[in-house]
Write a protein that binds this ligand. Structure first.
Ligand code: PLP
Length: 234
């Protein structure tokens, strides 16, 4: 299958899942995850209608940035505070905020560039040791601390990576739990909070995630094929 064919196929499944949860396909944003894929493949995806791409490493964004056609960049992987400065003027949203310290560094760098950075709080509802993210219990306090101290940050919602399940149905409770939190905190009123994105769902589980309320899916493998981890992309 071609990249364009894969995108078309995913859009069909996205539409079906959205309709199941009382929405339209266009209510769910498809972010193409381009890590370890070449700039030629990325530009092909953009030609086929992709408007948003996700990378999980700062270095890869830096390496590819100038050779990718105009598109919105999302940082979706773990972000170290000392690397925020490299991407602050390149990405349109950071999905992986999991500490106040990181939010404050983003705030500081955003202020230096005279911009407001959109962020999502990464919630680890399954509490897997191997994953980053805060617990569901910590989420409220984290949001309030960020609102109190980070005027150049705007909290746009939540992000979660469900545990990998052979059967994606088994991930459903994790998505449902994060959706509950999303609904709860979207009611908060604050100039620096404007919930719009619930970032949940990857190649293996995005249909279930959408059914549970996701409105932003991060899909790599199903668009570009398997990643070659022995390869370092430039
Ligand atoms: C790699 C990655 C994805 C995409 O995973 P696929 O299984 O290839 O669709 C989504 N989200 C994050 C945070 C990732 O690192």
């Amino acid at each position: 299958m071609s990249i364009g064919g894969n995108i078309e196929y995913i859009n069909g499944l996205k539409e079906k899942a959205a309709v199941k949860s009382g929405r339209k396909g266009e209510d769910v944003l498809l972010v193409a995850v381009t890590k370890l894929h070449s700039t030629d493949e990325i530009n092909e995806a953009i030609k086929c209608g992709i408007t948003d791409i996700g990378e999980n490493k700062v270095q890869e964004i830096m390496d590819k940035y100038d050779r990718v056609d105009p598109v919105r960049w999302h940082l979706i992987g773990h972000l170290q505070t000392n690397k925020v400065k490299y991407i602050i003027d390149k990405v349109s949203m950071i999905h992986s905020v999991d500490s106040l310290k990181l939010a404050q560094e983003i705030d500081k760098r955003a202020a230096q560039h005279n911009l407001t950075m959109d962020i999502l709080i990464q919630v680890n509802s399954a509490m897997e040791e191997s994953k980053f993210g805060i617990t569901t219990e910590e989420t409220g306090q984290m949001i309030r601390d960020i609102l109190d101290t980070c005027p150049n940050v705007r909290i746009r919602g939540l992000m979660c990576i469900a545990p990998f399940e052979e059967n994606p149905e088994d991930a459903r409770p994790y998505f449902a739990e994060v959706k509950k939190l999303y609904d709860e905190f979207s009611k908060l009123e604050h100039p620096s909070l404007d919930f719009k994105y619930l970032s949940m769902g990857m190649s293996n589980d995005f249909e279930v995630a959408i059914e549970e309320g996701s409105n932003l899916i991060r899909v790599g493998t199903m668009i570009f094929g398997a990643r070659d981890y022995s390869k370092k992309m430039g």
